[in-house]
Design a protein around this ligand. Structure first.
Ligand code: FAD
Length: 505
């Protein structure tokens, strides 16, 4: 039996690789020509694959490592040398990927057996049976799923009850840091010959990629080996987890990471398993390293949101990728490609993505998506930008987050859009203080663009949104505005759109 290890499954600790010493890996380059992928994402992927190959060989595995333009070519090369071989693969989470690979293998006369993907904590069967029993209507509820997973797995549970007495400590997790607080320094990782040669290859092969190309001697931001990923996890548990809870929704000027874990890049390619990250966080509570509200909030992101996104995506594809229930039509404004805007919050967030292929969750949701949603950008245009720009972006996780959560293209993940005026950003960040736009103004010169866009968004999408129960309060405010106010709002929105299109917002 030969185990085919994909580039996002770089682990020898779980799955069928534990029962064989024959491994196939195919490094395909053509897929990355399709979009202008961030150079740091390509560097991370190809370097991690080559490091994993070498670590397997050092551990005695026989690894066939094929470099090819496409998976099709790679599979052909493999079966020419190994006719009729039987391959085993952990099910890839992105829609249709398993079927496509199966087809390629069978076309070359081989067989492919697909097995459960053990990089995740929960199984397809677990979600499907929960959804069948508990969920009614179109919208799945993350909080219900999360509690179910805790009950089933015993994570953060004691005698059948949640540890600490509450399922959720969100009320303690919405703070902004005091002035004297500074986040822990962000770890980086050193280059070696493999990374240097991948760096040269990526720079040469993908000259049109979007994002900053780091200098070849600059320390790496994202781990490319298991050892580096584990050292990042150690650092997260010891130095970041404690403040993760309270400050997870905050934004600060010139702070791109705050207390976020920065683990998604490593988790999503298998350098860490979700289970080990959760176990380490739970142990940190037991040893008193971090308080329950931080540990619970962090674990919820993984066994709640991350697993939830993967399953809802699986059950909602292929429709989810094309969903656009608000019939949005605008292209992504140029500021997403260059960060050239006077809006402090957007400029910061776009530059974070350009510099490192990363922005934290609140920047993704309440700045980058919120603006695009209310501006009227098609969910698909925004999804493509996230997909190419982020180091942790893979179809199964980007699509539900961007199309479902960020763009409200579909209501499978939420019954209400994550739309908000500038008030939210002002409350959760220090950006508005140094922004030339006035947060207190909705219309007129220098009014914060988020404000007019917000009211216009509610008015334009009234038919779809007014009926959804949780929007009632907002529509009470909509109803209070008179024709003169609406005319001023419309005129400000027209102005915002033309300034944005000209790159002058
Ligand atoms: P932390 O803030 O430290 O959180 C811990 C972990 O929780 C993350 O590493 C991640 O694995 C998990 N997590 C938290 N929220 C989610 C979520 N909604 N979905 C999946 N996992 C979650 N995450 C990706 O991994 N890839 C993406 O392409 C991606 N695109 C996103 C797009 C939008 C519009 C939004 C709103 C969210 C997106 N997320 C995505 C989810 C989340 O923002 C990132 O996982 C997180 O910011 C990664 O940084 P971190 O590792 O420092 O996370």
């Amino acid at each position: 039996m030969t185990v085919w290890v994909l580039g996002d499954q770089l682990t020898a600790d779980v799955g069928p690789i534990q029962h064989t010493d024959h491994v196939l890996m195919i490094e395909a380059h053509g897929f990355a020509d399709r979009l202008r992928y961030h150079p740091q994402k390509l560097l991370l992927l190809f370097s991690s694959m080559r490091h994993f190959r070498d670590s397997l060989r050092a551990d005695g595995y026989e690894v066939t490592y094929i470099t090819a333009e496409t998976f099709g070519e790679g599979v052909q090369t493999y079966f020419t040398a190994n006719p009729g071989d039987r391959l085993v693969l952990m099910e890839p989470p992105s829609h249709g990927a398993g079927d496509r690979l199966q087809h390629l293998v069978e076309n070359c006369g081989g067989t492919l057996t697909r097995v459960e993907n053990e990089l995740f904590v929960t199984t397809h069967a677990m979600f499907d049976s929960w959804a069948g029993e508990h969920e009614e209507g179109r919208t799945y509820r993350q909080e219900n799923w999360y509690r179910h997973v805790r009950r089933e797995t015993g994570i953060l549970m004691e005698d059948g009850e949640p540890i600490g007495g509450e399922w959720n400590y969100d009320d303690k997790n919405r703070e902004t840091p005091p002035k004297e607080w500074s986040p822990p320094p962000v770890p980086t990782f050193s280059h070696d010959d493999i990374t240097r040669s991948v760096h040269a290859f990526v720079s040469d092969r993908y000259p049109d990629s979007w994002g900053r190309v780091p200098s070849v001697e600059e320390p790496l931001q994202w781990p490319v080996t298991r050892e580096q990923a584990v050292s990042l996890l150690d650092h997260v548990i010891d130095d970041r987890l404690e403040a993760f809870g309270p400050y997870q929704d905050a934004m600060l000027t010139d702070e791109w990471a705050l207390s976020h874990s920065l683990l998604s890049a490593a988790l999503n390619i298998g350098l860490l398993t979700a289970q080990e990250v959760v176990d380490r966080a739970a142990a940190a509570y037991q040893t008193g390293t971090a308080p329950i509200h931080s540990v619970e909030g962090f674990i919820r992101q993984i066994i709640g949101w991350r697993e939830f996104m993967r399953h809802v995506y699986r059950r909602s594809m292929p429709e989810l990728a094309q969903a656009n229930q608000l019939s949005q039509t605008e292209p992504l404004p140029p500021l997403y490609w260059g960060g050239e805007t006077e809006m402090q919050c957007l400029s910061e967030a776009v530059n974070h993505v350009y510099d490192r292929g990363y922005a934290h969750h609140i920047e993704r949701l309440m700045v980058l998506s919120n603006f695009a949603l209310m501006y009227g950008v098609t969910p698909q245009a925004l999804n493509e930008w996230f997909h190419l720009g982020f180091v942790d972006a893979y179809h199964w996780v980007t699509t539900p987050n961007v199309i479902g959560m960020g763009s409200f293209g579909s209501d499978v993940l939420s019954s209400k859009p994550y739309a908000s005026s500038g008030n939210y950003i002002n409350k959760m960040s220090d950006h508005c203080k140094s922004c030339p736009y006035a947060i207190s103004k909705t219309t007129g010169e220098n009014a914060c663009p988020f404000n007019a866009l917000y009211w216009d968004f509610l008015k334009t999408n009234e038919e779809t949104l007014r009926g959804t129960g949780r929007m009632g309060l907002m529509y009470a405010h909509v109803d209070k505005k008179d024709d003169t106010e609406w005319a001023a709002i419309r005129s400000r929105v027209d102005e915002i759109r033309s300034l944005a299109q000209e790159g002058e917002l």
